[in-house]
Design a protein around this ligand. Structure first.
Ligand code: GDP
Length: 177
């Protein structure tokens, strides 16, 4: 079954986003690893696809050794997992483009891994500011990318952006199933 993975820096709002995507009516979710906190968690959605929760990256307090180990686990999954259909890189909509995220996206591009960008915490600023931030981010990406990846603007607080993201995934599923 196709897998869609979510990744981002610690505290970007990944758990909240995954909860928003899954904790509502209409989606049946089962964890393939019940009761265990695994480094990589798979959730079967509607019996059709897996939502994959990847560990957060770039968390300095974890210490170098742990960080390298996590990095390796992420790399192995992203490069070797055949079922991985698309990866969603989460970025905080309030922040300037961060080097670690941009470098990660470049690495994805170099390795031909399809990805989209999910802006999180969209409710934390007004709509005008939010749009400015998203546009600035796209502008920054266009300095190195010829084409923009799919972009989603979300707020787990306001439950917005959920349908767009799920529709997008369903659309790809239709073509790969
Ligand atoms: P993770 O470490 O990436 O899993 O991040 P969490 O989902 O735990 O969120 C980190 C912090 O950001 C928590 O305090 C959340 O309540 C907050 N947060 C996450 N998403 C949103 C959002 O859409 N809006 C607002 N206002 N806060 C959010």
């Amino acid at each position: 079954k196709p897998e869609y993975a979510f990744i981002g820096r610690s505290n970007v709002g990944k758990s909240s986003l995954i909860n928003m995507l899954t904790n509502r009516k209409g989606l049946a979710m089962t964890s393939s690893t019940p009761g265990k906190t695994m480094l990589i968690n798979h959730f079967l959605i509607n019996g059709e696809w897996y939502l994959v929760d990847l560990p957060g990256y770039g968390y300095a307090r974890r210490g170098k050794e742990n960080r390298d180990r996590l990095q390796q686990i992420i790399e192995d999954y992203v490069l070797e997992r055949e079922a991985l259909t698309s990866l969603f890189v989460l970025v905080d909509s309030r922040h300037e483009p961060q080097k670690i995220d941009l470098e990660f996206m470049e690495w994805l591009g170099e390795n031909g891994v399809p990805f989209g960008i999910v802006f999180t915490k969209g409710d934390k600023q007004g709509p005008v500011r939010l749009q400015q931030n998203v546009d600035a981010y796209k502008q920054k990406l266009l300095e190195t990318w010829e084409e923009l990846p799919p972009v989603f603007v979300t707020s787990s607080e306001k439950k917005s952006g959920r349908e767009e993201l799920l529709d997008y995934i369903e659309e790809i599923n239709k073509s790969v199933l």
